[in-house]
Design a protein. Sequence first.
Length: 219
Amino acid sequence: MFNRQLLALIKKEFTLEFRQKASLGGVLVYVIATIFISALTFNKIIAPAVWNALFWIIFLFSAITICGKSFTKESGGAALHNYVIYKPLTFFASKLIYNFIFLLTISLITLFFYSWFIGYLISNFTLFGIVLVLACLGFSAILTLMSAIASKTDNTNTMMSILSFPVLIPVLILVLRISKQAIDGLSWSVSTDFLLILISVNAICIVLSILLFPYLWRA
């Protein structure tokens, strides 16, 4: 029953997204425009640290845009219907998985165009790829919960930004450090401890989100 409901909810999220196309189109326009302007500015002459920072700035704002709308549609009659039909864990898991898949897809597209227009500086792509997946997972867990909290307020977009940035800082610091090591091509032994910390932080974020969401669900 749990699996059927979960798959049905995830399918519904993707169906709504591809039917409306507003969020996908908006994020892609933002990503490509930012990359194009950056390419004109740097003309493929860019320091690795700047390359790394700029990529994650684009990633950060894309993630907030994607995950910030998670619960904006769930109001009024729709919220009551979901409350009656679905369990909170199932509903939250569907939002989290959808945001993770969507964010990972956008991140890969971003990396492709970013490397094409600005230059490819990654020495250890395997490590960078692992960091990208972990970043998508951590950001999705945090931002999905923040979106649920912000949806209870009158000014959802503003509250989403205010609540998200402080919580995202630990994940962002780790991601910036490990991805810079991947760009520099440092040994795996240098990054192992940071990877384990990032995995632990992600696990804590996911567990806390699962524990806290039922209280928001009943509010």
